[in-house]
Design a protein around this ligand. Structure first.
Ligand SMILES: [Mg+2]
Length: 369
């Protein structure tokens, strides 16, 4: 079986997943822990947040300037850095990235983004345990089930086989979150994004209400089923069960996927998730990464991309991941895929070309499609 994708589309989806997550995070940072009814009153519109707002008074991060990503993006950048530089990431590699890049007294932009973004309790406790010498493979407490491990899981989808992506997603999750359903939620994000990035050469991505292959933890499955009930209910507004959802990893990821599925327009999906109430930065961020992977960077709202604070950090990180997956033309064959040679042979047969070197085939973009 071949599973190559057009290089330009793969790249567009990688950038989309990284930027979608960051703009969702920055949009949601204005409303964290505010309920959906209050947000709706504040917006006075159709329930879609279309621009960056200063933090609403009474929200977690107020006062806060518009357009600033939070701990979600800071940690995703840490994970992306490990993924871009390692074929075989370990729990220690993730722990080292978190403890060195997110040092409390650091003036770096990523540490500032993290500490001014309201980092979650489980992560703070795990970082303290790591500082005290805990083993990174088990520094996440078994009852810590928040969404902090899932919000940063998308970069692991980009350079590995599906199987490896799910394994690494679990590995990075357990550094801070030990609850099995929170680990499963992080693996689910990796699966959803991986499946969107690697949809075959010319296909469009369609999200499905079926639970992703390889995801089986019972608590996660229950949340998934609940979130996807009435998935095709009438009207544009978010149905009540997708508003003010809980902050567990499983509730957040299940709701984020259901919201992404409901709205074919990526800006609307992210904007409605932002207004959904509760842990708005994280739910909008996970919706953002799903629709970014589904629809690509080019369909994200340009103004939000252009005015994202620290957008340069996101672009650098996203570009490193996109380039790690292949050149700027031809087809991407994941160099780390176990069936790398088989995939290349499949492309050669399909297009009657010899592979010149390296990753892709030397197909001109105007040639063949
Ligand atoms: Mg946050």
């Amino acid at each position: 079986m071949t599973s190559y994708v057009r290089a330009d589309r793969f790249r567009d989806r990688v950038l989309g997943a990284m930027f979608g997550a960051a703009i969702g995070d920055a949009l949601g940072s204005a409303f964290e822990f505010v309920d959906s009814a209050t947000i709706a009153r504040h917006l006075g519109n159709d329930g879609i947040v279309r621009e960056y707002h200063p933090a609403l008074s009474g929200s977690l991060l107020a006062p806060r300037a518009p357009g600033k990503p939070t701990d979600d993006t800071a940690m995703a950048l840490c994970v992306a850095g490990v993924i871009a530089s390692s074929d075989e990431p370990t729990a220690t590699a993730f722990a080292t990235s978190f403890t060195t890049q997110l040092r409390r007294n650091s003036r770096s932009r990523i540490a500032t983004m993290f500490w001014t973004g309201g980092p979650g309790g489980a992560t703070m406790r795990a970082l303290a345990r790591l500082d005290a010498g805990a083993d990174p493979a088990e520094s996440g407490a078994p009852d810590d089930g928040g969404n902090g491990a899932a919000m940063r899981a998308h970069p692991v989808a980009m350079l590995y086989t599906r199987e490896a992506a799910l394994r690494v997603a679990g590995l990075q999750a357990r550094v801070t979150h030990g609850h099995p359903a929170a680990v499963e939620a992080a693996r689910a994000v990796a699966a959803i994004v991986h499946d969107a990035l690697h949809v075959d050469a010319f296909g469009d991505v369609t999200l499905s209400a079926d639970v992703p292959d390889g995801i089986s933890e019972p608590t996660f499955l229950r949340a998934w089923k609940a979130a996807h009930a009435e998935a095709d209910s009438e009207g544009d507004a978010l149905p009540p069960h997708l508003r003010d959802v809980g902050m567990s990893g499983w509730e957040t990821v299940a709701a984020a996927h259901a919201i992404a599925m409901r709205y074919p327009d990526p800006g609307e999906a992210i904007g409605r998730a932002t207004a959904s109430g509760g842990d708005t930065d994280t739910i909008a961020s996970i919706v953002g990464t799903i629709v970014g992977a589904r629809d690509g960077f080019r369909r994200l709202p340009t103004r939000l991309v252009d005015t994202l604070v620290d957008g340069g950090l996101v672009r650098k990180s996203a570009t490193a991941l996109a380039d790690g997956g292949g050149g700027g033309f031809g087809f991407v064959v994941n160099p780390r895929a176990s069936d790398y040679d088989e995939q290349l042979r499949g492309i050669e047969e399909a297009f009657g070309r010899k592979r010149p070197r390296g990753l892709g085939l030397g197909l001109d973009q105007t040639d063949g499609y």
